[in-house]
Design a protein around this ligand. Structure first.
Ligand code: PSV
Ligand code: MN
Length: 393
């Protein structure tokens, strides 16, 4: 489709203007691989400064009004105060992430651990996270577990599923009516023989057993190479259980590289399923989140770039001529149908998104506007001793 034509279509512009993307607090601290954590100047020294950095992403994109927290990395004395700080900066606290992967007690797992005392400790941590949600106004608890096995025979695969179901049910029973659980899966790492929630099917089975307040999180990095992720998106949307995305890049296989940098076509295919199922609308129940840390690139611009990459994929998905696609599909016109998708994907949507930003009173080029603001220079001068994002890597 011609972009000038799309510029004229109010619906596309409105949907782009309304789209929001949640950023993670852990994107702004130093991070690295297990070989080296590189230090950058000006990184935040505490959760307040992480939120200040996240607010910059929203300030220049107008599309990132929420920040996810990770507990205990973002533990503060007064969460209501942290909430006020966020609101003063124009953002809200988003999803609360539990963390049961950094305590010696969890070496053999957390909610699946063979020792009931360790499982009780892990459940209690999740109940603490529910209190953090109450204090911060967050609506969702995201659970990702490091649980799994490195060796066949190390523990009983089926018994671990029973322990998991039981522990999740205890957490679920403590939810308020307006709180929900987002359950994340990951094929590998830190365990490499069997993860206890390795795939969307396992996550979905547990969510279905729990009830309506539990949905699946799809982290784009957590699959085998070549996995058709948009199929999983379509399937979870069909049954109303796609709760959120953790967007990042499969090149790293986890939460580090910018989404869409490695495979913008895959991101387009994912967003195409979202648009086709009318799941882009605010209120559809799908939270579009970034789960990234940036090892070698400057962090705030990398988050801005990631937000823009999601927006570009979304704009292209909105430009798909759905009627023409349907007609071609019905007629069995294989190449015609494929061509409709590729036409949208090949459209340069940057002028359209520049216009959406201008409509909001923003600079059409968020990366340049942030660079010109001098924020990074000031942070480097003022913040001495900023820390790691959270883990030793
Ligand atoms: C695990 O790899 C994960 O994707 C989970 O979402 C964690 O909370 C996050 O990364 C930590 O960065
Ligand atoms: Mn994730």
């Amino acid at each position: 489709m011609d972009v000038t034509e799309a510029l004229g279509t109010g619906t596309v512009r409105r949907m782009l203007a309304e789209q929001t993307i949640e950023v993670p607090s852990w994107a702004y601290g130093n991070s690295g691989t297990r070989f080296k954590v590189f230090s950058q100047s000006g990184v935040p020294r505490d959760p307040y400064e992480k939120i200040a950095d996240a607010a910059q992403v929203h300030r220049y994109t107008g599309a990132a009004p929420r920040v996810s927290l990770h507990i205990p990395w973002d533990r503060v004395g007064d969460f209501a105060d942290l909430r006020r700080h966020a609101e003063d900066l124009g953002v809200a606290i988003g999803v609360i992430n539990s963390n049961v992967f950094q305590d010696d007690d969890y070496m053999l797992g957390s909610l699946c651990h063979p020792d009931p005392a360790v499982r009780r400790k892990a459940v209690a941590h999740h109940l603490e996270c529910l209190d953090v949600m109450r204090a911060t106004g967050s609506g969702a608890l995201k659970i990702w577990l490091p649980d799994g096995l490195n060796y066949p025979g190390q523990d009983d695969l089926r018994a671990r599923q029973e322990r998991l179901a039981d522990a999740l049910a205890q957490i679920y029973a403590a939810l308020d009516p307006d709180q929900r659980i987002l359950l994340e899966y990951k094929l590998f790492e830190p365990a490499f023989y069997a993860m206890d929630i390795p795939d969307w099917g396992t996550a979905l089975l547990h969510c279905m057993a729990l009830g309506e307040q539990a949905d699946v999180v799809l982290d784009t990095g957590h699959h085998a190479p070549g996995t058709n992720i948009e199929f999983i998106v379509a399937q979870l949307l069909r049954v109303g259980r796609l709760g959120a995305f953790d967007f990042n890049s499969r090149f790293y296989a986890d939460d580090d590289l910018m989404v869409g940098a490695a495979d913008p076509f895959q991101l387009f295919r994912i967003m195409n399923e979202i648009v086709a199922a009318d799941a882009l609308r605010p209120g559809s129940g799908v939270n579009f989140m970034l789960d990234q840390c940036h090892n070698i690139e400057p962090k705030i611009p990398a988050q801005i770039r990631s937000v823009m990459n999601v927006q570009e994929a979304t704009a292209k998905a909105l430009l798909v001529d759905r009627a023409a696609l349907h007609d071609a599909q019905q007629a069995g016109d294989v190449l015609g149908a494929h061509g409709v998708l590729m036409d949208a994907y090949s459209t340069d949507v940057r002028p359209l998104l520049a216009q959406v930003r201008l409509d909001k009173g923003l600079d059409p080029d968020p990366v340049a506007a942030f660079a010109a603001s001098g924020y990074a220079r000031r942070a480097a001068a003022e913040r001495v001793g900023g820390g790691q994002a959270g883990w030793g890597a």
